[in-house]
Design a protein around this ligand. Structure first.
Ligand code: ADP
Ligand code: ADP
Length: 213
């Protein structure tokens, strides 16, 4: 099972990825999480760090290499879920080439989470994540427990949020038709409780009878 989650920042990709990966028993691969881990470890180049914090997209070559290395690890043998990659057509083309070189693997489905912009801004500005577990919270809809050690992403501050949403709109203009033409794209309404959104995704995918494939 190779799944892609696409959608603007704040659409709920990370939240849905965790629920879907548990269900299908496949790992979640998030370029955003990998880049933030590199930032914490001090291994992310300064020019990339500045782009990330201001809400811009990194150059394609900076993320394609991450995905090439990660998808050949043993836990990806049964498939994986990509969250936040690809974001541009050159990244999507690189992914096709990469999968072809891995013995002719193919994408099963691309899920696009649709959420109106005003709600996205509200979700991003109130997002907090647990530093240790990576659990995603929302200060109003899903408040963190007292005493949790929280991270407030630099790019979730109001100054960066608008730029990120604009960057997404500019990029999807081309990415969504790319998958639409391949008949892989499924649009899912991302408004509602997280569990309701998961049910919509599962009904698009065809539910597995158990936790596995
Ligand atoms: P993305 O990975 O697409 O940027 P996240 O999964 O991190 O999105 O969610 C962004 C914010 O919105 C988080 O604060 C999360 O708790 C909240 N959120 C996610 N899904 C929902 C939902 N269905 N309803 C309300 N809030 C949500
Ligand atoms: P969100 O969950 O809000 O959609 P991510 O966590 O996926 O955001 O990504 C955070 C930041 O990391 C992006 O704003 C961008 O700077 C960088 N990034 C992540 N994935 C990619 C990608 N596929 N291409 C370019 N930049 C990326």
């Amino acid at each position: 099972m190779i799944l892609l989650l696409v959608g603007p920042p704040g659409a709920g990709k990370g939240t849905q990825a965790k629920l879907l990966c548990e269900r299908y028993g496949i790992p979640q691969i998030s370029t955003g999480d990998m880049l933030r881990a590199a930032k914490r470890a001090g291994t992310l180049e300064k020019r990339y760090l500045d782009i990330m914090d201001s809400g811009g997209l990194l150059p394609d070559e900076a993320v394609i290499g991450l995905i090439a290395r990660r998808t050949v690890e043993p836990d990806c043998g049964r498939g994986f879920l990509l969250d936040g990659f690809p974001r541009t057509v050159p990244q999507a083309e690189a992914l096709d080439q990469l999968l072809a070189s891995q013995g002719g693997r193919r994408i099963d489905a691309v899920i696009q989470l649709d959420v109106p912009r005003s709600l996205l801004e509200e979700r991003l500005i109130h997002r907090r994540t647990d530093k240790g577990s990576g659990q995603i919270y929302h200060l109003v809809y899903n408040p963190p427990p007292p005493g949790a050690e929280l991270e407030h992403r630099a790019d979730d501050r109001p100054e960066a949020v608008g730029m990120r949403l604009d960057a997404y709109e500019a990029m999807t203009a081309a990415l969504l038709p790319f998958y639409e033409e391949k008949k892989l794209l499924h649009r899912v309404d991302g408004v509602g409780k997280p569990e309701e959104v998961t049910q919509r995704v599962l009904s698009v995918l065809g539910r597995p009878s158990s936790g596995g494939e």
